[in-house]
Design a protein around this ligand. Structure first.
Ligand code: URA
Length: 452
């Protein structure tokens, strides 16, 4: 006999009343067990979409999603842990340089990642363009790599927040994705179950992101930071610009190449700026964490001299130097090798390319993230359905970014694909993707706001 009736739970939210803890625990668990039917959960998701959740309801909802699966635990590690999550954007390859950069300072970064769906690329798809690199690690392999290197980017196991896996797929086909409490609880349940002590959120704002405007991005950031804090995870968020793609590439191998440039001390300014900003936040959050909880696996007690010495080291870390002196690159090489990849192998290159040029002289004043993302996807870099393959070499290379001076006929973007039949649809998605005007636009920063 079940404790509740799904229809009562749906009606409670439909009528704008507050769900009890017991109702939330039951409905998430019963849905995961298959007792609450898909059509019932879709009605509840729509009721939440329309009527929202209070903060206590939201925390309980997230807790129930975490409790639907395993929760990893790094307390035996000799390192503090800090992770980053991005809400997804075009050309967002930041995880690739950021993970080894932060790990090179002794912080464990458990990046349990996914594959891409739609116009935003997935971190695993990018790394899988490296010959022989392996995304799937057992929990034991992951813990061992966290201890030895600190840097792990791997596939999130099916055991983490299985309720979210089901619910996210359902929301995708029922018009209930773009809902702050549902997005926030979905992301945070996975990140909290992953076991990190500190978490830095990169909440994207602009055409290429879930949240197109600043007030909505702020609402999502504040909601996620609240869930993290209420679950004992040291959490901060940066709201960052996704009106234009990050860096000069969108596409799997193209982005890996750019990430390696950043690790070699070069790379586009915006990618470097965001990598450094997030690295500083992660090290700061790890330092705060050490002061609060110590490092149990290293015998460092909270509040003592050793905890403050270690926290101070992280706060003083010269992250910019670690990109130019090879320190982060050494950790990248070791991280790729630990998962059977060859960091020095040639990356795949698409068989065909086509270049689009500037139609006038002037300044590039905008380059739309969503349109570039859709073009990369249509060229074969992304997938429309979970089971579709992706092309490693496909994508878009940009030759200019907003603020740059361009001359008529100059290459602006190059499209790469293994299948030339894809060029037409990619070109269509780039119609009106950029503007060229006589005056230089004001310089902008990629980090828009910090939410703590
Ligand atoms: N990413 C997630 O993991 N969940 C959402 O709901 C949206 C984006």
């Amino acid at each position: 006999m079940e404790a509740f009736d799904a229809v009562d739970v749906i009606e409670t939210k439909r009528d704008k009343k507050v769900l009890s803890d017991a109702q939330i625990d039951w409905v998430i668990d019963a849905y995961t067990r298959g007792v609450v039917a898909e059509e019932q959960m879709s009605a509840l998701a729509m009721a939440v979409f329309l009527n929202g959740l209070t903060r206590p309801e939201l925390n309980r909802w997230a807790a129930a999603m975490i409790a639907s699966g395993e929760r990893l635990d790094y307390s035996h590690l000799s390192r503090p842990t800090a992770d980053k999550h991005s809400t997804g954007g075009v050309g967002d390859k930041i995880t690739l340089p950021l993970t080894p950069l932060v790990a090179s300072f002794g912080v464990g970064v458990p990046q349990l990642s996914g594959r891409g769906l739609g116009h935003t690329g997935g971190t695993l798809d990018k790394l899988e363009s490296i010959p022989r690199w392996r995304a799937a690690l057992t929990n034991d392999e992951m813990y061992a790599q966290m201890e030895s290197l600190g840097a792990v980017i791997c596939q999130a196991g099916a055991g983490l927040a299985p309720a979210d896996r089901k619910l996210y797929a359902l929301r995708d086909v029922t018009g209930t994705v773009a809902c702050v409490p549902l997005i926030a609880s979905s992301i945070m349940s996975k990140k909290i179950a992953e076991g990190t002590g500190a978490l830095v959120l990169d909440v994207k704002c602009g055409s290429g992101a879930f949240m197109a405007d600043l007030p909505r991005a702020r609402e999502l950031a504040q909601t996620m930071v609240g869930i993290g804090r209420d679950h004992g995870v040291t959490t901060v968020a940066l709201i960052t610009d996704m009106s234009t793609p990050l860096g000069l590439t969108a596409g799997n191998a193209l982005e890996v190449r750019e990430a390696v440039e950043v690790l070699a001390g070069g790379g586009p300014t915006d990618v470097v700026e965001l990598t450094l900003a997030l690295a500083r936040e992660m090290l700061q959050a790890a330092a705060d964490r050490i002061e609060k909880t110590g490092i149990p696996g290293a015998g460092v007690a909270p509040g003592g001299a050793e905890a403050s010495r270690r926290a101070g080291q992280l706060r003083d870390a010269d992250v910019a130097a670690a990109l130019t002196n090879g320190r982060a690159m050494d950790t990248w090489d070791a991280m790729i090798k630990a998962q059977d990849g060859d960091p020095h192998a040639d990356l795949p290159v698409a068989r065909h390319n086509e270049t689009l040029t500037a139609e006038a002289d002037g300044y590039l004043t905008s380059l739309d993230a969503l349109k570039v993302g859709v073009a990369a996807w249509r060229l074969g870099a992304g997938r429309a359905r979970k089971e579709d393959p992706v092309q490693a070499g496909a994508g878009v290379v940009m030759h200019a970014k907003p603020g740059d001076r361009v001359t008529k006929g100059q290459p602006l973007v190059t499209l790469h694909t293994d299948e030339p039949a894809r060029f037409d649809r990619a070109r269509e998605s780039l119609a009106d993707a950029w503007t060229i005007a006589p005056d230089q636009p004001p310089a902008t920063s990629v980090v828009l706001e910090r939410v703590a």
